[in-house]
Every structure is written in structure tokens, then in C-alpha cells.
Design a protein around this ligand. Structure first.
Ligand code: F0G
Length: 352
């Protein structure tokens, strides 16, 4: 859309803002819903598959949808500093919006488990980055306590404004398609985004903006799949570090969304995530981060259950550029090094 002014302006009547809310925006939202015909072909049965590429937001992930609202509301309340725990994307987004809003940003990250691009962003945006010798779940417990005892506003998805902002992803999907899809496939970590999408679909449905509601299909990495097994993972592990989470904060809400929508939680292995990650890039030209590819990996895993002719949306939550190490280490493709700088040498290297 031309003249896009950010999602708070676009969806103002649906959001908890007033004329006196100072809007902190980087013109997030309005991300493309891209058809992925090769994925649809693998599934067959005349299905239509599209990806909501939220990796095209200003800081490269869906977190910007929640952060524009959380930071605007924090500013409205007079906050001088915000804090979050993060596997990387929340920290990058919080840093960008907080700094733009004139606030300090403190971010706690699990030392050694944040993708390079995300760390680079948080640092350059000007966050105060604290790497803890622990995982995301431990970091989240700490920042929750910090926000109770110190003058810092918590901007993890336990902040209700985060989910209010993120529900606009569902609005955009409906505005694009003219109705809700049959299935919404989404990666699940701390379980905020699946909760937010469900809120968005329900609100739009109540307003008569869509005739149906989608089945919410949540996918977790098998090494970090508490919603699938019903058990907390004390040592979550996955190549998809964004969703390396063992005790999701929005566990109950996500479960309620799954049940109300007759959806499912399923897990995908790291190998399946990486396969979908390579497939999206090499067959569809879409470079997302590994956690995001869990939505497509999951869809492919349960493809036998897909109804004929269904419309399916997979949410691609983050940009592939966030995690260059995984791309290079897990590509099937290699570059040819050390070629002499002559036309003849290049032609030979090309096999011509
Ligand atoms: N995909 C990406 C790229 C993420 O960064 C996250 C979460 C998720 C999916 C899962 O979303 O937590 O709402 O279920 N990242 C958080 C972070 C935890 O700190 O950046 P969720």
C-alpha cells in the first residue's frame, strides 16, 4: 500500500490507543503475502499456499508489530527505560523502537545462542546488552522480577500491548485474502504470536470482516516442544535458536487458541526445519530464518491432513539475513574460492 503510515494508524480503531498516545513507528506492518507454488505442488490436492513474510518488517521480524505499540504505550506512560529477555529478535526490535522513542533499552540474551545478525542489530541500535550464562526461560524470569522492582517497563510478550500489536498480522492476512485462510501455520516459541494471531482473527470475525476462522497449526522444534509433549523442557535445544524455549509464557493462551480453533501442536526436527529453510530459499526465492521455516516444515509434515482445495497461510516470522552462520553452515551449495581474476579462469570454473 502506498502512503502506509504504520500499523497503529492503519488499525487505530482496533487498538488500545488514543489521540494523546505518542506513536513510535518505523512504518512496520503491511508485509507481503506471497504465493509459494512449489510448496503447494508438493502438497497437491489443489491447495493454495501463501507465506506471510514478516521478515520484511523494519528490524526484520514480526516483533516490530508488537513493539510499535508496546513502546508507544511505554512512552505515553512516561517510561525512561525498557527491558526484555530475548532469543534475539525481540532485543533487536525493542532496541530500535526504544531508541527511536528516546528510551534506554536493556536486553538479556542467552550467551552464545543468539544469531549474529540479531546481536549486531541490538548493539548498533544502542541497546545495553547483557548476555547471561543461561537460557531464554531463565532470562525471562529475571526480567519479570526486574520490572517489578525497578523503573523499567517489560516489553516481552507478557506485556499485553505486544499481543495487541501483533494481532494486526491476522488483520492483514484477512484484508489480503478477503477472508481467513483454512489453516494458519505458525512457529511457536514463547507462544505469544499464535495467541496474537488468534486474537486478531477472532476480533475480525466478530466485526464481520471475515466469515470463518482458521485452524491454528502451531509448530515447535522437537528439542523444544513443551506444547506438544505437555512438559516443560529444562534444557531446550534446536538449530532454530529463536524458538529455543522450554517453558512458554503464553502456554495457556496458546492452548486455548489451539482448542477453540480445532487446531494442533506438532513438532518438527531440526533436519526438517533445515530442509524447509533450504526449499523456501532455493525453490521459492524466500530467505527466512530457521525458526520461521518451522511453519512450512510443519505443513509439509502433516500434508496428508490438508483438505483438498484449502487455502493455507504460513507465517514467516523472521528474515534469513538474521542468521548468516546457519545459512552458510547448512547450505547444500558452496562457493568456488581462489579463482584467478581472468575471463578464461572464470569460464573454466563455470565449466564452459
Ligand atoms: N519466530 C521467530 C523468528 C522468533 O524470533 C520467535 C520468538 C518466534 C518465531 C516464536 O514466537 O515466541 O511468540 O511464540 N522470538 C522471541 C525473541 C522469543 O526473543 O525474539 P513466539
Amino acid at each position: 500500500r502506498l502512503n502506509w503510515s504504520g500499523l497503529i494508524e492503519a488499525y487505530r480503531p482496533y487498538l488500545p490507543v488514543t489521540d494523546s498516545t505518542p506513536v513510535v513507528t518505523l512504518l512496520e506492518g503491511n508485509t507481503p503475502l506471497i504465493p509459494v507454488p512449489m510448496i503447494a505442488k508438493i502438497i497437491g490436492k489443489g491447495v493454495r499456499v501463501l507465506v506471510k513474510f514478516d521478515g520484511l518488517n523494519p528490524t526484520g521480524s514480526f516483533k516490530d508489530r508488537g513493539m510499535t505499540l508496546a513502546i508507544s504505550k511505554a512512552k505515553e506512560a512516561g517510561a525512561k527505560a525498557v527491558i526484555c529477555a530475548s532469543t534475539g529478535n525481540t532485543s533487536a526490535s525493542a532496541a530500535a523502537y526504544a531508541r527511536r522513542g528516546g528510551m534506554r533499552a536493556f536486553v538479556l540474551i542467552p550467551d552464545g545462542y543468539v544469531a549474529l545478525g540479531k546481536l549486531a542489530q541490538a548493539l548498533l541500535y544502542g541497546a545495553e546488552v547483557l548476555a547471561i550464562k543461561g537460557n531464554f526461560d531463565q532470562a525471562l524470569n529475571i526480567v519479570r522480577e526486574m520490572a517489578e522492582s525497578y523503573p523499567v517497563t517489560l516489553v516481552n510478550s507478557v506485556n499485553p500491548y505486544r499481543l495487541e500489536g501483533q494481532k494486526t498480522g491476522a488483520f492483514e492476512v484477512v484484508d489480503n485474502l478477503g477472508d481467513a485462510p483454512d489453516w494458519l501455520c505458525i512457529p511457536v516459541g514463547n507462544a505469544g504470536n499464535i495467541t496474537a494471531y488468534w486474537m486478531g482473527f477472532c476480533q475480525y470475525h466478530q466485526q464481520g470482516k471475515c466469515n470463518r476462522l482458521p485452524r491454528m497449526m502451531g509448530f515447535q522444534a522437537s528439542g523444544a516442544s513443551p506444547l506438544v509433549t505437555g512438559q516443560v523442557f529444562t534444557h531446550p535445544e534446536t538449530v532454530a535458536t529463536a524458538i529455543r524455549i522450554g517453558n512458554p509464557a503464553s502456554w495457556e493462551k496458546a492452548l486455548a487458541a489451539q482448542q477453540a480453533s480445532q487446531g494442533q501442536f506438532n513438532s518438527v526436527t531440526d533436519a526438517e526445519i533445515l530442509e524447509a529453510y533450504r526449499l523456501l530459499a532455493s525453490q521459492e526465492g524466500i530467505f527466512c530464518e530457521p525458526a520461521s521455516a518451522a511453519s512450512v516444515a510443519g505443513l509439509l509434515k502433516v500434508k496428508d491432513q490438508v483438505p483438498a482445495g484449502a487455502t493455507i497461510v504460513c507465517v514467516l516470522t523472521g528474515n534469513g539475513l538474521k542468521d548468516p552462520d546457519t545459512a552458510i553452515n547448512h547450505s547444500n551449495n558452496q562457493f568456488k574460492p581462489g579463482i584467478e581474476p581472468t575471463t578464461a579462469a572464470v569460464a573454466q570454473a563455470m565449466g564452459l
